[in-house]
Design a protein around this ligand. Structure first.
Ligand SMILES: [Zn+2]
Length: 174
């Protein structure tokens, strides 16, 4: 799915679940999509996982991680559910060892392509373009100022790194 479609998909998902406001209540998004969630001791290398069987899905996320990171993981797993889970009776498992928020990457393998896509949609769900623009205007933020990015990150309950990366991908920051 191309970037523009992912932006549209994120906004539609948030509007359909009644969660299009800052900060995004990602737990409510999951609930309204009928996904169950559980914090679990996953070890230091696993950020999260998604299990899907038929219409039902369950997200597990690392109980030891900081809340901003858990929110990013949950959002990433929701993205897998929306984009990559087949609604078949055969159970499917997605395991994420490192959910990161890198810049867009090109990758040849299907799995990596799915990960890049889940990262993009995950970021768009937590930091939807329209609401990011709205907050920048509302607080009259100058993005050349690092404190402005930090304030924006706090408003959206994401890490500063995730926010600055998102702004780069939106071409709002170099
Ligand atoms: Zn993933």
């Amino acid at each position: 799915m191309n970037r523009e479609n992912l932006e549209t998909r994120a906004e539609k998902t948030l509007r359909d679940t009644g969660t299009y406001r800052v900060p995004i209540a990602i737990d409510i998004v999951a609930q309204r999509l009928k996904l169950t969630m559980e914090a679990a001791a996953l070890g230091e290398n696993v950020s999260g996982m998604l299990i899907v069987k038929g219409e039902r899905g369950a997200i597990g996320y690392n109980s030891a991680h900081a809340r901003v990171r858990q929110r990013f993981t949950i959002s990433h797993e929701i993205a897998h559910y929306l984009l990559h889970a087949k609604k078949s009776q055969k159970p499917q498992l997605f395991i994420d060892r490192h959910v990161t928020f890198r810049r867009d990457e090109n990758s040849s393998t299907g799995v990596d392509r799915d990960e890049v896509e889940a990262n993009q949609l995950g970021a768009a769900l937590l930091m939807p373009r329209g609401l990011v623009q709205q907050e920048i205007q509302k607080h009259d933020l100058n993005l050349d100022d690092e404190e402005a990015i930090s304030l924006l990150a706090k408003r959206f309950h994401v890490s500063t790194a995730a926010m600055s990366n998102r702004l780069v991908n939106l071409r709002m920051l170099r």
